[in-house]
Design a protein around this ligand. Structure first.
Ligand SMILES: NC(=O)c1ccc[n+]([C@@H]2O[C@H](COP(=O)([O-])OP(=O)(O)OC[C@H]3O[C@@H](n4cnc5c(N)ncnc54)[C@H](OP(=O)(O)O)[C@@H]3O)[C@@H](O)[C@H]2O)c1
Length: 336
């Protein structure tokens, strides 16, 4: 038992966060969830990861998202976050992981075969130091593996007690529909949640996915809701901040390498609406995402504690007037 176990979490941690049901399941998630991709075990080490995860939990964020390949080297995010999470109250947390992208060499370290999914989750659990994850995802579609095999593998994992719920990520709507039919036909564990990329600068999931999730009672957790920080005040100026993902992780040296002038103008215009709403651009981008009835939770990343504090305040104003929505549609039109 580590000495971190003596840490006392805020007694009022459940007072202000909103909790939302994932589709028609029993799984309830915080409206804002926190992921580790790129940051924890990547360009942010254990100390910042611990500070962010503790502060997030104090603010009612009970869900932390991972995948086998997050961090550098791949797997490092699970190692770093696992170390922290083991010092937190496990039964108050929803921890997720995924497999689907390349993780180890040879034919069994990639895709959605039963061999890969089962082996990868075993490795994830070891890195995390946990007995089970709450959600395990098929990370992306795999055209070479029959959906029947993938869905049966996810079902097996639940029956083995290694995951409580299963989900899919990056599946287009038609493939999600097929996967749902497979689970129903074969009497398998249902898909509880879908994790797509969805934000103001990338709206195509509104068209090709959300009808399917809503009809099938499947929740949605939107990843990169700030488009990796672009939907914040970070890139509004002319200079690229040194403490940005773009500078620190992607090695860019100026704003134009990250954001073209058309996007820059869109961000400036969106920021004006955010200011009129009394929100930062990041807060409005999250509120707008959560405003869609298909969305259960927004899955943010954070490189510092203050970003989590700012982002959670998005929940103070989730309402949009028709005029605001119309103005936003004019700036970032639906791409369909
Ligand atoms: N399923 C998938 O295929 C998939 C793919 C990608 C991500 N994900 C999941 O989604 C999670 C979030 O993805 P993401 O990191 O791209 O999310 P994001 O919330 O769009 O971007 C997070 C980054 O934006 C910046 N940021 C956040 N809040 C800010 C604020 N208030 N003001 C200024 N900058 C702010 C920070 O970067 P700076 O370093 O610039 O400060 C932060 O690391 C991942 O951790 C992962 O769990 C899933």
């Amino acid at each position: 038992m580590s000495e971190q176990n003596t840490h006392e979490f805020a007694a009022d941690r459940y007072d202000t966060m909103q909790y939302r049901r994932s589709g028609r399941s029993g799984l309830v998630l915080p409206a804002v969830s926190l992921g580790a991709w790129e940051t924890f075990g990547g360009y942010r080490g254990e100390e910042i990861a611990r500070a962010c995860l503790y502060r997030a939990f104090d603010l009612g964020i009970t869900h932390f998202d991972l995948a086998n390949n997050y961090g550098r080297p791949p797997g490092n995010a699970e190692r770093v976050v696992g170390k922290v999470v083991r010092d937190m109250p496990r039964d108050e947390l929803i921890i997720s992981s995924k497999a689907g992208y390349l993780m180890w060499p040879g034919p069994y370290g990639d895709g959605l075969s039963k061999k890969y999914l089962v082996a990868s989750l075993d490795q994830s659990l070891k890195r995390l130091g946990l007995e089970y994850v709450d959600i395990f995802y098929a990370h992306r579609p795999d055209p070479n593996t029959p959906l029947e095999e993938t869905m049966a593998a996810l079902d097996l994992i639940v029956r083995q007690g290694k995951a409580l719920y299963v989900g899919v990520s990056n599946f287009p709507g038609d493939q999600l529909e097929q996967a749902v039919q497979v689970t129903q036909r074969m009497g398998l564990n249902p898909i509880t949640i879908h994790q797509p990329r969805y934000n103001m600068l990338d709206r195509h999931r509104e068209h090709d996915l959300f009808d399917h999730t809503q009809r099938n009672g499947i929740g949605v957790i939107s990843f990169s809701p700030l488009d990796q920080g672009k939907l914040s005040d970070k890139y509004l100026g002319d200079k690229l901040p040194g403490d940005s993902r773009a500078a620190e992780w992607w090695g860019n040296s100026n704003n134009q390498d990250v954001i073209d002038s058309a996007t820059h103008t869109q961000l400036q215009r969106l920021n004006k609406i955010a200011q009129q709403r009394g929100q930062t651009l990041a807060q409005m981008a999250l509120a707008w995402n959560l405003h869609h009835p298909a969305v259960t939770s927004v899955l943010i990343g954070a490189s510092k504690v203050e970003q989590i504090e700012e982002n959670v305040k998005a929940l103070d104003n989730l309402e949009f007037s028709d005029e605001e929505l119309k103005a936003i549609d004019e700036i970032v039109p639906r791409t369909y």
